[in-house]
Ligand binder design. Structure first.
Ligand code: FCB
Length: 468
């Protein structure tokens, strides 16, 4: 399944329209100093008004599937209580339009835009949010169940918990390790409860999924016990705190031990782990780059080149004595190192560990400083580094498949340039360029290249970027 992905707050705009309630990203982006240039998602790509045109681009690209998210506050403004028919109608029309052009909808129920009212009651630190999420998921299954190909409960719960409540660089901007640990658990629980509801409505064959941003963590010196231990600590908070409960029914013992002075984890109640540990149809994997760690000597400034925005708060709970070292280049405009082999490694490691688990790369892509050039009156965006990035990562995915990993799909992030969270509109990930003054869409070379790939199923040369 070849696709491309977006997320509601990053593209929709129309934040005050159609009965939508406020989300934590409205509040956060409107708080001075939280996003680059004070950018907000108020207008974004104006997809709320231009979605028909965007569906045409999806169809013209020849995509098999489109991954998008439902804005919870658009369909249920306060996150509990009344649903909003206008919001439900918006996604209903979008689903119909996708199906009409033969594109399979892969729907994420939560891509970070929590209704503000739920945040006011504690957000993901509050168990009631997980219960509210399950009710919202049930209603979405009832409304859209016949039209959705794959249901993804949560996108990157690590970011929600650790960047939202740990380092505070994402909404709601809290830096409190205990809040972050509670958020981890309530997100896992929300997933489990939602899966139960979706299957209750749609039957056991409903395709359910969750998307994780698993970190590929490499020890600086693989022969050093201390560095291997540093890797283990980083892995536990980055990966095992989700893989453990979701796929094995337990939190990592090391993490529980190292955080015992912070919390007794009594927010994990009897029966929770059983509720979380349910079969997944497919695991979504988002992959961009790798990380390198070593044990910190305790001297001088601890390096934290982990690819996430700098902050006073530390998202690496239970790994406070681990240093993240800058990675050798090349790098994207995010400062992320480009290492396609990391994707092969990640998919193969997952396959070794969970041989029967189907996988799907639900995001992969790169930000670069794109430029529109006009030659003989024809506007183009030549983005050879993005073409190369996509080419090399699709190839890396193919290698993992050749070695047995059951990878069912690949989604380029992103269909459109969009609101890149704390980095606002400064970082462009789209294969389609968006002029934010005119809202004009323009296929970059990478879109032409991707079109070749998805319509032929064979990896085109990186030079194969001419318009049809
Ligand atoms: C991921 C997010 C996605 C996008 C990319 C660049 O962490 O899921 O929304 O911002 O990074």
């Amino acid at each position: 399944m070849w696709g491309s992905a977006t997320a509601s707050y990053q593209i929709e705009g129309g934040v005050g329209e159609g009965g939508r309630g406020r989300s934590i990203w409205d509040t956060f982006s409107h708080t001075p100093g939280k996003t680059l240039n004070g950018d907000t998602g108020d207008v974004a790509d104006d997809h709320f008004h231009r979605w028909r045109q965007d569906v045409r681009h999806i169809a013209d690209l020849g995509l098999d599937a489109y991954r998008f998210s439902i804005a919870w506050p658009r369909v249920q403004p306060g996150g509990s209580g009344e649903f909003n028919p206008e919001g439900i109608g918006f996604y209903s029309d979008l689903l119909d339009a996708l199906l009409a052009v033969g594109v399979k909808p892969v729907v994420t129920l939560y891509h970070w835009d929590l209704p503000q009212e739920l945040q006011d009651a504690g957000g993901w630190t509050n168990r009631a949010t997980a219960e509210a999420f399950a009710r919202y998921a049930r209603r979405m299954a009832e409304e859209f169940g016949d039209r959705v190909e794959v249901w993804t409960t949560l996108n990157e719960p690590w970011c929600t918990a650790l960047l939202g409540y740990g380092s505070g660089v994402h909404a709601p901007g809290i830096s409190d390790p205990v809040a972050a640990l509670r958020a981890i658990h309530h997100l896992n629980l929300a997933h489990g409860l939602a899966v139960r509801e979706i299957r209750d409505v749609l039957g056991a064959s409903a395709k359910v999924s969750i998307t994780l941003n698993l970190h590929v963590v490499r020890p600086d010196d693989p022969s050093s016990q201390a560095d291997l231990e540093a890797k283990r600590k980083a892995d536990e908070i980055a990966n095992e705190s989700f893989l453990g409960p979701l796929l094995e029914g337990a939190y990592p013992a090391g993490l529980l031990e190292r955080t015992a002075s912070l919390t007794d984890w009594s927010f994990v109640r009897d029966g929770d782990l059983e509720a979380i540990h349910r079969p997944l149809t497919v695991l979504g994997v988002n992959y961009y780059s790798t990380a390198r760690v070593r044990a910190w000597s305790g001297q001088g400034q601890r390096q934290q080149a982990d690819g996430h925005k700098d902050s006073a708060g530390n998202p690496w709970i239970g790994a406070e004595d681990v240093e993240f070292l800058p990675q050798p280049g090349p790098h994207t405009a995010m400062g992320w190192n480009i290492e396609p082999a990391g994707l092969t490694d990640l998919l193969l490691q997952l396959h070794d560990r969970y041989p029967d688990l189907a996988l799907m790369v639900t995001e992969n892509g790169a930000a670069f400083d794109d430029e529109v050039t006009v030659t003989d009156g024809v506007a183009r965006v030549h983005d050879p580094r993005r073409v190369q990035y996509l080419h090399d990562h699709v190839e890396a995915l193919g290698l993992a498949r050749d070695k047995g990993a059951d990878v069912r799909g690949y989604f380029a992030w992103s269909l459109l340039d969009n609101f890149e969270w704390a980095y606002g509109y400064d970082r462009r990930f789209g294969i389609i360029h968006v002029d934010y003054d005119t809202q004009e869409r323009l296929w970059k070379d990478s879109a032409h290249w991707y079109h070749r790939l998805v319509t032929t199923g064979a990896l085109p040369a990186v030079t194969d970027t001419e318009p049809r």
